[in-house]
Design a protein around this ligand. Structure first.
Ligand code: FMN
Length: 203
């Protein structure tokens, strides 16, 4: 598919055909795209934890959600045959930038006004989402609730120092409900683009 068509076609799908699995070959093809993402200092401090069996997915959902009947949103996401936890590793960046060519041997986090470890994992995740669209698959990127991060990390053997940047659900799409967020409408260039200075007035 042409790149612009992939970008325009991509949208978050929150309901899946639970009977159609996605092969590990396909998953790895998508993750081969992910590792082409740019990263600060080429640190590549990302990791992808794939849950593609009934047991591993059930373990994740149990760790990540409150007990009780899932609502429609959760039921939809839980029908995804594959979940990919996109993890970032700050230590990989602090280590990389302590090397001679960068020289931040103090490993001071004040050098990092924005968390490039999370950003790079986000960039890698977008490549997976776009790759999924190109493969005719459906996907969604969603967050783990704040109070469940430690529980999910402990339960799935994820080192405590890592961040769960988000989760990518993947599968073949089933009819889903439009996200209420979309009512906000897409912000156009007239709202998000400035040249020269932001406070110059007019657009
Ligand atoms: C960082 C990030 C976190 C998101 N978290 C959630 C989430 O927790 N649950 C969810 O249903 N969608 C989540 N989304 C999807 C957004 O709601 C969605 O991208 C937005 O409404 C625009 O819709 P579209 O991606 O289908 O164009 C997230 C997207 C991003 C980029």
């Amino acid at each position: 598919m042409e790149y612009t068509a992939v970008v325009r076609r991509r949208r978050m799908i929150r309901n899946y055909d639970a009977d159609r699995t996605v092969s590990r070959e396909t998953i790895e093809r998508l993750l081969e795209l992910a590792i082409r993402a740019p990263s600060a200092g080429f640190s590549q401090g990302w990791h992808f934890l794939v849950l593609d069996t009934t047991d591993t997915r059930a373990a994740f959902w149990q760790l990540a959600t409150e007990p009780g009947e899932p609502d429609r949103w959760l039921r939809g996401l839980q029908s995804a045959p594959v979940l990919i936890l996109a993890l970032s590793d700050k230590a990989a960046y602090l280590d990389r930038y302590a090397e001679a060519d960068k020289g931040w041997t103090d490993r001071d986090e004040a050098h990092w006004p924005v968390p490039y470890w999370d950003i790079d994992t986000g960039m890698a995740s977008l490549l997976v989402l776009l790759g999924a669209v190109d493969e005719g698959l459906a996907c969604c990127f969603f967050g783990v609730p704040a109070d469940a991060h430690s529980t999910v990390k402990d339960g799935l053997g994820i080192p405590a120092r890592m961040n769960i940047v988000g989760v990518i659900s993947l599968g073949y799409g089933a009819p889903d409900h439009r996200s209420p967020s979309l009512r906000r409408g897409r912000r156009g260039l007239d709202q998000v683009l400035s040249y020269g200075r932001m406070d110059a007035g007019g657009n």
